[in-house]
Ligand binder design. Structure first.
Ligand SMILES: [Zn+2]
Length: 220
């Protein structure tokens, strides 16, 4: 896990937004390999092992909302190019979230952007170096308006509400076309497979085209 992500991570437990405190047992190059993320509000602890953050003890299957047998076919290279284009990743300056099967496109997407990639409940086992990996996510554990783009697969559209909250104004989302478009997003385009939408922002939030991160106000 990229340690710099800590600024925008928030405890996923149902209480007022709280930043997390990291205890790093092992790491290198700005990445945390082993340790714990702790919440000062609810005192939950989230283990980091082998660079992977485990957000829940739930079995892997419980964090996906479709049987494994219905998983999408293995992604093709052109799908990665398409996803990078749909997400407008070369303009991204904040982290990009790829969930489930979308995480298999991380190498392709990463080749078009300087932004950090966060792979949430990734379907595959191949993880490009330099990315952050979250397992056990039932919601996205990010501060409001802190990520630049989100791609969810059919097994992870349950993450959409938390994704909308985490997206900066103008951030892109790609979701399966059968997923209902939620409030807060404006549809840009769709085909048989996916829709693409952007986060609607308040005039104040989008003026100047820059949205500052919300600062942690929790005493540490
Ligand atoms: Zn908490």
């Amino acid at each position: 896990m990229l340690l710099a992500l800590l600024d925008i991570l928030r405890c996923p437990a149902p209480h007022d937004e709280s930043a997390l405190i990291a205890r790093v047992d092992a790491g290198e190059g700005g990445h945390m390999r082993d340790g714990v993320l702790g919440c000062p509000v609810c005192h939950r602890e989230y283990a980091v092992r082998g660079g992977v953050v485990y957000w829940a003890d739930a079995p892997r299957e419980e964090t996906r909302n479709a049987p494994r047998a219905e998983r999408e076919a293995l992604p093709q290279a052109e799908d990665g190019l398409r996803l990078a284009a749909l997400l407008a990743v070369n303009e991204a300056r904040r982290p990009i979230v790829l969930a489930g099967a979308r995480a298999a496109h991380a190498s392709q997407v990463g080749s078009f952007t300087e932004a950090h990639l966060v792979l949430v409940n990734p379907s595959g086992s191949v993880v490009p170096t330099g990315t952050s990996v979250f397992e056990g996510c039932l919601t996205l554990p990010f501060a409001g308006q802190s990520v630049a783009a989100v791609a969810l697969d059919a097994e992870h559209d349950r993450l959409l509400a938390s994704a909308v909250a985490a997206m900066m104004p103008g951030a892109r989302a790609v979701c399966p076309s059968r997923t209902p478009l939620p409030a807060g997003l404006r549809e840009l385009t769709r085909d048989d497979a996916d829709w693409v939408a952007e986060r609607v922002g308040s005039a104040a939030a989008t003026s100047g085209g820059f949205t500052p991160l919300r600062r942690n106000t929790t005493p540490q």
